[in-house]
Design a protein around this ligand. Sequence first.
Ligand code: APR
Length: 322
Amino acid sequence: MRRAKISVIGAGNVGATCAHWAASKELGDIVLLDIPEREGVAKGKALDLMQCAPIERFDSAVIGTSDYKDIANSDVVVITAGLPRKPGMSRDDLITTNVKIVRSVSEQVAKNAPGAVVIVVSNPLDAMVYTAWKTTGFPTHRILGQAGCLDVARFRCFLAMELGCSVEDIQALLLGGHGDDMVPLPRFTSVHGIPISMLLSDEVVNKCMQRAKVGGGEIVQLMGTSAYYAPASGTIQMVEAIIKDKNRILPCAAYCEDAYGVAKGQKGAGYFVGVPCVIGSNGMEKIIEVDLVGDERKLMDESISHVKDLVGAVRKIFPDLA
Ligand code: APR
C-alpha cells in the first residue's frame, strides 16, 4: 500500500509542530518546506523529528527542503507560511504581507501538487483561504481553512476546566470566521449528550465562549508570538480525516454560497466561512447546515460580514485576486 504524503509549507512554529503531530500519528511521509534562506532550518527540524522515530515508533519519513519539486504527489498540502502575530496585533494586521506569501506559495502548490487537498493555516485565515483558492484555481472542495478545529478545542478545553470532567466528553459547535467574532453555539454544546445548560450557568458558559474567542490573543500576550501546539493539532485532525477518508464532521473554513445564506444564489461569488463539514479523502465532502435562531443568526451574519470585509480588503490591495 502506498503511504500517504503530507507537505507542510513553512517550517516555523506551526509548520514544524504539524510535522511533529503527523509523524507521531504515523499519517504518512512528510515534507517540510521553507524558503531557501531557511532550508537549513527545515532540514534540521526534519532530521530532528526523524530521530524521534525509534523512540516514538513511527516509520514516517520526514524531509526538509526548499525545493517545491519535493511536494509532488502530495495528498495534502498544509500552508503555514507567513508572519505570526505580535502582541497588540490583530490577525487582520498581517493581511498585506501574508497575502503575498500565500499567493507565491499557492502558485507553487498548483504547479507541483495539482491533485492535493490544501489546508490553509496562515492568518488572517479567512482571507488566506480565499487567496489560496483564487491562486491555485483548485475546485472549492479541495481548499479548506483550519480555524474551527482549534477554536472549538479551546472552547471544549475551557468548559472541561469548569466542569472538572474529561475534555473527551464535551461536544461543541462553532461557526463563522476565525476572528474574535467567531460564533460558538451553546445550544449545540453537550457533555456526553447532556445539554451544557443543565450543567453550567449561562454566565460560566459565556465566560468560556469569550475566552475561546480571544484565546489566540491571550497566548500572544503571554508568549510574544502566536500559538502553535493547538493550531497544529487542529490542522492534523483535518489531515487525518482526509488521509484516512474518515468522513469526520469538523468545523472548517469551507466555500459557501447558498449554505448559511453566505452568498445566496450568487454562483461563483461565495466565501470561505467556518461551518461544520464532512471531511474525507476529497477534502470537503459536504457542508452540514443547521437552522440558526435569534442571536445565533445575527452573530453569524456579523461574522460573515467580517469575512467579506477581509476578502474585500484583499481584492482592493491585490485587484488581480478579485
Ligand atoms: N515560502 C515558504 N515559507 C515561508 C515563506 C514562503 N514564501 N515566507 C515565510 N515562510 C516561512 C518562514 O520562513 C517561517 O519559517 O514561514 C514560517 C513561519 O513560521 P513562524 O514565523 O514560526 O510563524 P508560525 O508561528 O509558524 O505561524 C505561521 O500560521 O497560525 C498562523 O498566524 C500564524 O500566519 C501565521 C502562520
